[in-house]
Design a protein around this ligand. Structure first.
Ligand SMILES: NC(=O)c1ccc[n+]([C@@H]2O[C@H](COP(=O)([O-])OP(=O)(O)OC[C@H]3O[C@@H](n4cnc5c(N)ncnc54)[C@H](OP(=O)(O)O)[C@@H]3O)[C@@H](O)[C@H]2O)c1
Length: 267
């Protein structure tokens, strides 16, 4: 008979990249509430400390590791720090991502390409590689990559981001294929619009009227007609991180309020 405790993350050691705010923070809180020891990493130590303090306030355990995840030496630092503290890594969530500028395919420059690809793609690949080597030695683990609906259908003026997220989906499939025999399950979560700093930065530079117009346009494509909350991603992450997903690998959970279903609603 199915055992509900397979959803528990009790005593598992997790790394959540980009865990200082938004979707990563919601996943970190969810993991800690499910019993995991959570290492949160991103660039700004102050934001990480605030997240860790919140986790500790509800009785969880958190480790803060400031790092720029677009750089190989910083990735090594994160893995070494977690291993020095806990001696194992059961769960990795590659959530940190950036979409720093709106630009046409006609003038997206090399700097934008490198900024996005170094974090969203190179960082995910090499973080997965470093952690998978640990997981293989310890007999298994879970890797969850946060892609985007933009990795399925390109969004105008964020081509480099969309390309990077399509690549994240293939990182999942490549690692899942090779590592299934090592009891390492690798899966993707692909969010649609979720209310975070990244999402809200789309509207910030617009007049209130223009922002409302764009939100209304988005709403017309969304069967649920609302932007999601970071907490609405955490449950799927807990499932994919837990023993409940032991036969789930190389697949994708799309959490988009029906956006991909509703692409034609606005027509
Ligand atoms: N929000 C959405 O609508 C949406 C939709 C689809 C997919 N996603 C994906 O979901 C993930 C999380 O996005 P979010 O909306 O929660 O974004 P967010 O609120 O902007 O949070 C991004 C996180 O990544 C960290 N980060 C950024 N650059 C970094 C770097 N170079 N090194 C290490 N950490 C870095 C940030 O902290 P620091 O700035 O301190 O480094 C922060 O913790 C991203 O992969 C994003 O592409 C989001």
């Amino acid at each position: 008979m199915f055992d509900l405790s397979t959803f528990s993350l009790k005593d598992k050691v997790a790394i959540v990249t980009g865990g200082s705010r938004g979707i990563g923070q919601a996943i970190a809180y969810g993991f800690a509430k499910a019993g995991a020891k959570v290492a949160v990493t991103s660039r700004k130590a102050q934001d990480l400390e605030a997240t860790a303090a919140e986790i500790k306030a509800f009785g969880g355990e958190a480790l803060v590791i400031p790092a720029h995840l677009g750089k190989a030496e910083e990735i090594k630092k994160v893995v070494d720090t977690v291993m020095a503290k806990y001696g194992r890594i059961d769960i990795l969530v590659n959530n940190a991502g950036a979409s720093p500028a709106i630009a046409s395919v006609l003038d997206s420059d090399e700097r934008l390409w490198d900024t996005i690809m170094n974090l969203n793609l190179k960082g995910v690949y090499f973080m997965s590689q470093a952690v998978a080597n640990v997981m293989k030695k310890q007999g298994g683990g879970k890797i969850i990559n946060v892609a985007s609906v933009d990795g399925f259908n390109p969004e105008p003026f964020v081509s480099v981001y969309s390309i990077s997220k399509a690549g994240v989906r293939m990182i999942t499939r490549s690692f899942a294929m090779e590592l299934a025999k090592d009891n390492i399950q690798v899966n993707t979560i692909a969010p649609g619009p979720i209310s975070t700093k990244m999402m809200n930065s789309h509207w910030e530079h617009l007049s209130p009227e223009e922002a409302k117009k764009q939100k209304d346009e988005l709403c017309k494509m969304l069967p649920t007609c609302r932007i999601g909350e970071p907490d609405e991603i955490a449950g799927a992450a807990i499932y994919l991180a837990s023993n409940a997903s032991s036969y789930t690998t190389g697949t994708e959970i799309i959490i988009d309020g029906g956006l991909l279903l509703g692409m034609h609603l606005s027509a």
